[in-house]
Design a protein around this ligand. Structure first.
Ligand code: UD1
Ligand code: CA
Length: 457
């Protein structure tokens, strides 16, 4: 039996932020979501998060993890004090407890698996992850004997200058036999520079405690400030991009592209420069995205092109082309083989297959059938100043250039709307609708001032 506890009660003073540190974003996930995600290969069992600073906000941000148990640490008196709060919750638990810092987001799931395996293979009281860093500044230093058995851990600020020379650092990732940890936890003292209860003090009382070095020390980067947050983002980007390229995605100029690790890309997708893919986005094979595009929380089908455009919270079916300079603002559902051209904005709009909106249009709260052609400059007037109203346009209908469709309105199938019309009443199937003042011609008419000057002065 393995339980996982994540320490996430701290404020994160060094972030200088009103947002709790563990809610800062690292690509598509917050730091703590990323830590939870890194546990995905571990045997399914209890997950606990110790929360404290702005705990309501942290809990609300984690509402998509229904099985996560929250443990309150009302005063943040140190990592040892945080773990003490688990005592009543894990009463009677006899398995292993994996403890992770909520601000160490780059651990590979395989590394955690390996930690657990070593822990049980050696029947250790505790097994901890360590790394040798060229610049160990700020981390706790781990002192071991020659068999990698941990003697003690001393925080950077409590080290003597000689002890600081030790570059073997504590990653903040530990596996404990819970009953043994539970026995020593109540004895922690806060006799250190910060006057906090340090979890790391328990190791002097447990035996055997084994340290295992991570191969790739980038994994254990702890985020204490925004400089480290940016470094972690770069490392994660590097991993995501390499994985994408190795799975058959072409990235043209990878350094100018950002891809959240929540994004799924099929083989033979091409991502052009200056393109950013965020959130829960999926892109089908053969699609070409960019240059200069932002796709967020959207599903893009196969063989789609998106150029210099923004697509948010929308779905685009196969073979459609978008842009340049289009904006699928929110909840657009675009059929297959459609064309969304320059300076077109779609909001809460459904478009059937083979429908085109090629130039200068706003379609909001609209439902369009198949093979509709929206003329240049067509606008749905969906907002009366108080409420939004729907527009419906049937199959094969065409709107002339510069039409205004005043919602709520229903335009039937096979309708033609004359250019420059303001359409305020429903149009039945198979009709031509003209809603504009008739052109008037006055032969020979001219302005008074343009008349020949007949005055004699
Ligand atoms: C800690 C370790 C240090 C290690 C480093 C690795 C201790 C004493 N030190 O230091 O040896 O090298 O992590 O990154 O453990 N937290 C609580 N409640 C508290 C205090 C902290 O939940 O009262 C949480 C924080 O939200 C954070 C984590 O514990 O997620 C680590 O706390 P932090 O203050 O960042 O510890 P470090 O100084 O980085
Ligand atoms: Ca830290």
């Amino acid at each position: 039996m393995v339980a996982v506890a994540i320490l996430a009660a701290g404020k994160g003073t060094r972030m200088k932020s009103s947002l709790p540190k563990v809610l800062h974003a690292l690509g598509g996930r917050s730091l703590i979501e990323q830590v939870l995600y890194n546990c995905r290969l571990l045997p399914g069992s209890r997950r606990l998060a110790v929360v404290g600073y702005q705990s309501d906000r942290v809990k609300a941000a984690l509402s998509s993890f229904p099985d996560l148990e929250f443990v309150e640490q009302t005063e943040q008196l140190g990592t040892g004090h945080a773990v003490q709060q688990l005592l009543p919750h894990l009463d009677g638990f006899t398995g292993d407890l994996l403890i992770l810092n909520g601000d160490v987001p780059l651990l590979r799931p395989e590394t955690l698996q390996q930690l657990l395996e070593t822990h049980s293979a050696h029947q250790n009281a505790a097994t901890i992850l360590t790394a040798r860093l060229p610049d160990p500044q700020g981390y706790g230093r781990v002192f071991c004997d020659d068999r990698h058995l941990v003697q003690k851990i001393i925080e950077h600020r409590d080290c003597t200058p000689e002890q600081r020379e030790n570059c073997r650092i504590n990653a903040g990732v530990y596996c404990f036999r819970w009953p043994e940890l539970a026995k020593v936890l109540p004895q922690l003292q806060a006799n250190n520079d910060q006057q906090e209860y340090y979890l790391t003090d328990v190791f002097e009382q447990l035996e055997p405690v084994m340290a295992i070095d991570v191969e790739d020390s980038e994994e254990i980067l702890g985020i204490n400030d925004r400089v480290q947050l940016a470094s972690a983002y770069q490392i994660l980007q590097q991993r995501v991009k390499e994985a994408a390229m190795l799975s058959g995605v072409t990235l043209i100029d990878p350094a100018s592209i950002t891809i959240d690790d929540t994004v799924e890309l099929e083989a033979d997708v091409i991502i052009e420069p200056q393109t950013h893919l965020r959130g829960h986005t999926v892109i089908g094979s053969g699609s070409r995205i960019g240059p200069g595009s932002l796709i967020q929380n959207s599903r893009i089908g196969k063989n789609v092109t998106v150029m210099y455009s923004a697509v948010n919270n929308s779905t685009v079916a196969d073979e459609t082309s978008i842009g340049p300079y289009a904006h699928l603002r929110d909840r657009a559902t675009v059929g297959s083989a459609c064309r969304i051209g320059n300076f077109v904005e779609l909001k809460n709009t459904q478009m059937g297959d083979r429908t085109n909106v090629a130039h200068l249009s706003y379609l909001g709260d609209a439902t369009l059938g198949t093979k509709v052609n929206i003329g240049a400059g067509t606008i749905t007037a969906n907002y009366d100043g108080v409420n939004k109203h729907p527009t419906s346009i049937g199959d094969r209908s065409k709107t002339g250039a510069n039409s205004v469709l005043v919602a709520p309105i229903t335009i039937g199938a096979d309708v033609n709307i004359a250019a420059g019309s303001a359409i305020t009443e429903n149009v039945p199937d198979d009709c031509l609708a003209i809603g504009r003042a008739r052109q008037v011609l006055k032969p020979g008419w001219r302005l008074k001032s343009d008349e020949p000057n007949t005055s004699s002065s």
